[in-house]
Design a protein around this ligand. Structure first.
Ligand code: SAM
Length: 244
């Protein structure tokens, strides 16, 4: 059988492509790419001529059997998304699950990721952390989701698109409170990389002229039970888990 390689790609700075990522994309038989035109630019930058096939959220179910068949026949395939690590708020999860179930070797390469890159420079506790990714878009659903995380005793990592940054930061301030410490990281690895650190109240100003890509990090909660939660029994750890 072939091997499924999971290959991270740059989140802005092409120099973040690893030597191994380049070698892998060059040596596999096929690249399953979220956007073949986007990946085509990366491939031509590094003089990689490997054939591509599209693999994105809208053709996942159709593509998985095709890709598994190729893998079973001995084809080595690299899966990439448009940026960063495949599967992290990106396509890939179902393919990996299907491949592992089919007994096909899956080899992950380390590489760029927006959440971890933001986390290590945030100044917030790097562990434990919770990676959430994209929140629901509707304000009511977003607020309801965030409410579950208010007391969660880990740093929280969210992704957000520029045109929703303002609304999301407003909702976060309402749910977590104006005084909660947070960090907004923007355009990581790019020319206009920027970190804004402060309270959620202070950080509302960051959304005045949103441009580029954003990671929002929230300082850990106090691990307390929400006031309205039913009384939990058991150890402190179980109570904290019941609260989060
Ligand atoms: N797979 C990617 C990873 O490993 O980070 C994430 C892909 S997700 C579709 C795209 C989101 O990641 C953006 O909306 C933004 O929140 C975040 N992101 C990606 N690149 C970024 C960058 N250079 N600076 C800040 N955030 C970035």
């Amino acid at each position: 059988t072939g091997t499924l390689f999971l290959v991270p790609t740059p989140i802005g700075n092409l120099d973040d492509m690893t030597v191994r990522a380049i070698d892998t994309l060059r040596s596999v038989d096929l690249i399953a790419a979220e956007d073949t035109r986007h990946t085509g630019q990366l491939l031509s930058h590094f003089d990689i001529e490997t054939r591509q096939i599209s693999f994105h959220e809208h053709n996942t179910q159709q593509r998985i059997p095709e890709l598994l068949e190729k893998l079973r026949a001995g084809t080595n395939i690299a899966q990439v998304s448009d940026a960063g690590m495949p599967s992290i708020s990106d396509p890939g999860t179902e393919l990996v699950a299907a491949a592992t179930q089919a007994g096909i070797p899956v080899v992950p390469l380390p590489g760029p990721n927006a959440g971890l890159t933001a986390l290590i420079a945030s100044g917030l506790a790097p562990q434990p952390f919770t990676f959430y990714g994209f929140l629901p878009r509707k304000v009511t659903e977003q607020a309801a989701t965030l409410t579950n995380w208010v007391h969660h005793p880990t740093t929280l990592i969210f992704y957000e698109a520029p045109h929703r940054l303002g609304k999301t930061l407003t909702t976060m301030a309402q749910v977590f409170g104006d005084e909660r410490q947070a960090v907004v990281a923007r355009e990581l690895t790019k020319k206009f990389e920027e970190f804004n650190r402060g309270t959620l109240g202070e950080l509302q100003a960051v959304a005045a002229n949103p441009r580029g890509e954003y990671v929002i990090l929230i300082a850990p909660g106090d691990g307390q039970l929400p006031v309205s939660a039913p009384q939990a029994t058991g150890t402190v750890t179980e109570q904290v888990q019941a609260a989060i």
